[in-house]
Structure formats: structure tokens, C-alpha cells
Write a protein that binds this ligand. Structure first.
Ligand code: BGC
Length: 368
């Protein structure tokens, strides 16, 4: 790792830890809406153990989720077993196996690799536990009962539209030179975010309004392994030297805030003007950057609401009732369509930041 990439990585880990503490005590907001179905499986003890298998701390939202799950599961009367798998896929597999052994009645999973948990989740089902995919879908297994997440396709569409809007504000007419970034290919969300953005951007690439100077437009060409900032920064460095010695870069589709800030760091280090850069997650450093006029947009996916809706789902399951779902057709995981409770993401730019974070104790301080 080059020295400045290392500084960025270290600072972002520290920032995650700090902001995680600062924002963890927030009270829950309101959740999504939808119909309540009939009863399903029989319930389980009101003080049962609930396992929560979180991925790596690749963004602030996961750090917030850890602390919210711990406090809110306890407040709902459950025993919480919340684990991060910073060591990777096999650590997460072992953690889920250990949760089953400890008798967890539901396992809530934010998968590192959505296709690598089939064996463990089948073992969970065989032991009589139920499984909720949290934020990220688990693929190619029927051992998943429900999915709770923000509407990922909508996230991508909002990012694509924000990129167009941001560039039009700076320069009313195209063509605009852009580059595309996607998240980690092992995370099922990454493709969905990218497809959502391409719903909006592809027609504009086809009609010539947008020019991807590097010609890298396929998902596999633009992914960022492990959602790691240094990987996005390196790719941006390469794109700048390869395609932007004379051309001006007008915009960059970034799938989240951590990568967006890495892209901005790369552009600044190259001495170029900062283009329109999108994001996601409403991370403190990115909201600051938006207020300072640097990053253009982020997405508000309030973790408090996602955890709150997961607890509501768990409470229904505990009583043997079918939890509220809002979508029973979109999330085919390759084996089954997973009934989902989808929450609505909100696009945030400098214009609506104050209003968007009005009830967030940490971010409302940033927006002033
Ligand atoms: C989440 C994003 C997050 C990314 C990296 C995705 O699955 O939905 O909110 O930015 O993981 O942590």
C-alpha cells in the first residue's frame, strides 16, 4: 500500500470507530410500510438468542448496526449475539456455525460473500432456526426466510440521476466525460446498485450525452474488490493517467461514500479539478465534504430504521406470525424469491442535506 493510501485507510478506520460511537446512541426513527401477512412457522421463546452475523467494517453503516442491534435486541427481550467477520468469509462461516451451536433461533446475516453461506444456512434451518438476510441478499440457497434492506435498485437509480443532475448544474450541455465504479462483486448488492445506475445512464451513453472515456462500462471492469478505498483510489489513479491527460473528467459514479472519498483523493493528488462524485451511506466525512461543495451526493439509508424494521420482523417471527413484507417478487436469489421488506432510500445533496438529516443527532450538527 502506498503511504497516502495507507493514511486514508487508517484514518477511515479511526473515523468509522469514532462516528460509530457517536451515532450509535441515536434513537430509532420510523420504518417502511407494507401489508402484514398471515401466520407461518410456530414461534420461539421471547428471550431466545438472536445471532447477527455482520460483514467487515467496510462502511460506517455496519458499525452503527452493531451497536443498534446490541441495544435494541436486548430492549426487545432477546439475547444478542452480534459478530463482525473482519477476517473474511471463513470467519463468517464459523461464526454462523457457532451461533447455531449456541441455539440461536434466528440468524440475521449481512453476508460478506452472498454465495458462500449455503452450507451454514442449511445447517441453521436443520437446527430449526430461521434466517433473515440483512441489507445484502444471500444467493443460491433456499435456507433464507426473509430479506430486509433499502431498495438497492432504487439506490442505483438515484445515484445515476444525481450524477446527471450534478454535471448539468456545472455545465448545461454535454457531452460529459465520466467514469463508472461499482462495489465488491461478492456482495450481491454491488450488481444491483450498478444496474440501477445504468437504468439511468445507459440511454445517455448510447445517445452520446455521456462518454466513458476509458470505455470501461461492464460491471466486471469497474468493480472494487472488498469495497476497499485503496482499490478504488488505485483504479482512479490509473484512469487519470490512462485517459485524462488532456480530457476533462466531468463526473464519476461512485457506489458509496468510502469509495467516493477515495476517488476524490486520487483526483486531487493528480492536481485535477474535483468532478461530480456520487456516494451512498451518509458517512460523516462525506456529509462534511458535500457541505464543503466537494462530493456531490450521498444516499440516506438510515441504519436506525433498518435495524428497527429487522427487530419488528423478529418480534413477529417470535410470535409465530408472518412478518410484514413489501415485495414478494424482486429478490430472486437463484433458488427462490425471497420475501422482502424494502425501505425507501433518499438522495441527499447540499440542497436538501439539512432537511434530510434533521432528526439525526450527529449529521444535523454537520449540516448546521
Ligand atoms: C451496503 C452499502 C455499503 C457497502 C459497503 C453494501 O452492501 O448496502 O450501504 O456501502 O455494502 O459496506
Amino acid at each position: 500500500m502506498r503511504p497516502f493510501a495507507k493514511v486514508l485507510a487508517v484514518t477511515s478506520v479511526a473515523a468509522l470507530a469514532m462516528t460509530g460511537c457517536a451515532r450509535a446512541n441515536d434513537t430509532a426513527g420510523t420504518g417502511g410500510s407494507g401489508a402484514t401477512g398471515g401466520s407461518s412457522a410456530s414461534g420461539f421463546a421471547a428471550d431466545a438468542t438472536i445471532g447477527v452475523a455482520l460483514p467487515q467494517k467496510t462502511s460506517e453503516n455496519w458499525v452503527l448496526a452493531e451497536s443498534l442491534f446490541n441495544t435494541q435486541l436486548a430492549a426487545a427481550g432477546f439475547k444478542a449475539d452480534v459478530q463482525f467477520a473482519n477476517g473474511g468469509v471463513s470467519e463468517q462461516q464459523n461464526q454462523i456455525q457457532a451461533m447455531i451451536t449456541k441455539g440461536a433461533k434466528v440468524i440475521v446475516v449481512g453476508a460478506i460473500d452472498g454465495s458462500q453461506l449455503g452450507t451454514q444456512l442449511k445447517a441453521a434451518k436443520d437446527a430449526g432456526a430461521q434466517v433473515i438476510a440483512y441489507d445484502r441478499l444471500v444467493k443460491n440457497t433456499d435456507a433464507v426466510d426473509y430479506y430486509v434492506a433499502y431498495d438497492n435498485r432504487k439506490v442505483g437509480q438515484l445515484q445515476g440521476q444525481a450524477l446527471l443532475d450534478g454535471m448539468a448544474k456545472k455545465k448545461p450541455n454535454g457531452p460529459y466525460n465520466i467514469e463508472l465504479f461499482a462495489g465488491s462483486p461478492d456482495d450481491a448488492n454491488a450488481q444491483v446498485f450498478f444496474d440501477g445506475a445504468m437504468d439511468v445512464l445507459k440511454p445517455k451513453i448510447t445517445d452520446g450525452t455521456l462518454v466513458v472515456t476509458s470505455k470501461q462500462t461492464d460491471f466486471q471492469q469497474v468493480v472494487t474488490q472488498g469495497w476497499k478505498a485503496e482499490n478504488a483510489q488505485k483504479r482512479m489513479d490509473t484512469l487519470l493517467t490512462g485517459s485524462y491527460t488532456s480530457a476533462t473528467l466531468d463526473g464519476v459514479l461512485s457506489p458509496n461514500d468510502t469509495l467516493g472519498r477515495a476517488i476524490i483523493t486520487s483526483v486531487k493528488a493528480a492536481g485535477k479539478p474535483v468532478p461530480v462524485v456520487t456516494g451512498q451511506d451518509s458517512e460523516v466525512e462525506s456529509v462534511k465534504s458535500i457541505m464543503a461543495g466537494e462530493q456531490y451526493s450521498t444516499i440516506n439509508k438510515d441504519t436506525r430504521n433498518l435495524v428497527k424494521d429487522t427487530i419488528t420482523m423478529l418480534t413477529a417471527m417470535q410470535k409465530g406470525q408472518k412478518p410484514k413484507v413489501t415485495d414478494e417478487k424482486s429478490y430472486n436469489n437463484g433458488v427462490k424469491v425471497v420475501p422482502a421488506n424494502l425501505l425507501a432510500p433518499v438522495i441527499v445533496t447540499k440542497e436538501n442535506a439539512k432537511e434530510a438529516y434533521a432528526n439525526d443527532p450527529t449529521l444535523s450538527k454537520v449540516t448546521g
